[in-house]
Ligand binder design. Structure first.
Ligand SMILES: C[S@@+](CC[C@H](N)C(=O)[O-])C[C@H]1O[C@@H](n2cnc3c(N)ncnc32)[C@H](O)[C@@H]1O
Length: 192
């Protein structure tokens, strides 16, 4: 539990707050960029032992670290760790989901040669939007401080902006009192 002094905690903290509202125990959700599993752990606690978290990453080492974290926290049973790109999401996820998390960019501490890329990110977002249940949300944390980050963020904003208003709400949240390079959040809510 966060103290009030820690506040919302940037784009990831804000996305967690909104996911808490949309995701109930027993639900299925996706972490599209598992990395070392911090968002996956948050989602695993949210859905509980009767839910399912599908967690994708292309880096085996990161998934191994995530497995250790989840196991240590007693949350591994409800998590399916998938060593594949999120652009293959619907090959694995065959059930409707209440939430999808993207934390784009590179894995801190692992070098910047493996980064998320617009083409695969957009393919995954399309699949996420189809797989999402009404009332569910897609939370996308965007980073612009690395090479390729601005282009990817622009592609995601453009994708979200063209979603039909009768079926989706699309939001952008940026911290005005941080540097322009600070991570920010695009949020997509599917309507009934
Ligand atoms: C910002 S990090 C995610 C951090 C993670 N949420 C955590 O808690 O550690 C972005 C991750 O996206 C992964 N990634 C890059 N391209 C991917 C793809 N096509 N599909 C799935 N994951 C990908 C990277 O390997 C990296 O681990």
């Amino acid at each position: 539990m966060k103290s009030g002094r820690e506040g919302l905690g940037g784009s990831v903290g804000l996305s967690h707050l909104l996911l808490r509202r949309a995701v109930r125990p027993g639900a299925a959700v996706v972490d599209a960029t598992c990395g070392r599993g911090h968002d996956t752990l948050f989602l695993a606690r949210l859905v509980g032992g009767k839910g399912t978290v599908w967690a994708f990453d292309i880096q085996e080492d990161a998934l191994a670290a995530a497995r250790e974290l989840l196991d240590g926290e007693g949350c591994l049973t409800q998590v399916r760790l998938v060593n594949a790109g999120h652009e293959r999401m619907t090959e694995y996820v065959r059930e409707p989901v209440r939430g999808v998390v993207f934390n784009l960019g590179f894995l801190p501490g692992a070098g910047r040669d493996v980064i998320t890329r617009p083409h695969t990110t957009l393919a995954a977002l399309e699949q996420a939007a189809h797989t999402l249940l009404p009332g569910g949300i897609i939370a996308i944390s965007l980073y612009t401080g690395h090479a390729g980050g601005v282009e990817e963020a622009e592609a995601v904003e453009h994708w979200a902006a063209q979603l039909p208003i009768r079926s989706f709400n699309a939001w952008l949240s940026r911290q005005l009192n941080r540097s322009a390079a600070a991570p920010y959040l695009v949020l997509v809510e599917k309507l009934a």
